[in-house]
Design a protein around this ligand. Structure first.
Ligand code: PSU
Ligand code: MN
Length: 282
């Protein structure tokens, strides 16, 4: 049956309670309504779960001390019987273990602004290079350096496909100043492209960049000020490492008075719909 994987760092570290739990339940429903089976992936007390019960999903949403698990920490959480949300990278790993080919998220991690000094580049990019899963996103979060993220993906051999768009979306906004490297029009074409890459033995994943619906976007010109303010706050508080992304997201939520969260939820829902259609096409 067509299955769509869903990540859980967005639940544990990406949105506040109770919006996170409501978003997670609703996204699963959207996938079911579109004829596919949702599988939210997380580590619960040391077990990698492919699909959560309503109760497990809700208690993950309420867990204050869940770990943020990427490739580096996934094995640790299993060994030490810990609970955590899986990032795009760790969710791709677990989805692939279970034979799931399509995964819906909000935005991927990427090259952070100032990475030439901090070396802060998300493990999501490396995972896209090695694990054959289609990741449906709204692009790279605008808190990142989108231009460097695209360069890095090209270097690592990851196809980046705009869904029906010529410019790269910027998460909360439909447009960034950069071109989408490739463009495809719909789920059938994306499924065909995936199968072709498999047949050629090219390996690795595909990143789909799906712009947020027009009536839900926050224009880039408006987001820029909030993003810069959040970045200044992170720098002055000395936030580093895996705490950077969650910090910036919650600061931006605060600065936009909750508007960024509404957009974030809308774009995840939009990605879930497309992912279900791709899974069915495959
Ligand atoms: N998109 C969101 N909220 C999130 C994330 C993405 O709207 O919380 C998470 C994803 O799980 C992504 C992770 O894989 O942030 C990237 O973290 P880092 O930059 O530390 O690799
Ligand atoms: Mn990082």
């Amino acid at each position: 049956r067509p299955v769509v994987a869903l990540e859980s760092t967005i639940i544990t570290h990406g949105m506040p309670y109770p919006d996170n739990g409501a978003m997670a339940a609703n996204v699963e429903k959207i996938i079911s309504d579109n004829g596919a089976v949702p599988a939210t992936i997380a580590v619960v007390a040391g077990r990698i779960k492919i699909g959560l019960s309503d109760g497990e999903r809700e208690s993950l949403a309420m867990t204050g001390d869940a770990m943020k698990l990427s490739r580096a920490d996934l094995g640790f959480a299993v060994a030490e019987a810990r609970t955590g949300g899986t990032t795009v990278a760790a969710t791709m790993i677990a989805a692939h273990m279970a034979g799931i080919k399509v995964f819906a998220t909000g935005g991927i991690g990427g090259v952070h602004k100032g990475a030439e000094k901090s070396f802060d580049i998300s493990a999501d990019l490396d995972e896209l290079a090695r694990t054959p899963v289609i990741v449906v996103s709204a692009g790279a979060k605008a808190i990142l350096d989108i231009e460097k993220t695209l360069e890095m993906l090209e270097t690592r051999g990851v196809p980046v496909v705009g869904h029906g768009c010529e410019t790269m979306p910027a998460f909360w906004s439909r447009h960034s100043p950069f071109r989408a490297p490739l463009t495809l029009q719909g789920p059938e074409d994306i499924a065909h492209f995936y199968r072709t890459r498999q047949a050629l033995g090219l390996g690795g994943g595909i990143l789909i960049a799906n712009p947020v619906p027009e009536d839900q976007e926050i224009p880039a010109s408006e987001m820029d000020g909030y993003i810069q303010a959040a970045q200044r706050a992170a720098a002055s508080l000395g936030v580093t490492g895996k705490a950077v992304t969650p910090f910036l997201l919650s600061k931006i939520l605060e600065l936009t008075g909750g508007r960024s969260l509404k957009t974030n939820i809308a774009l995840v829902e939009n990605n879930a719909r497309l992912a279900a259609r791709i899974a069915k096409a495959l």
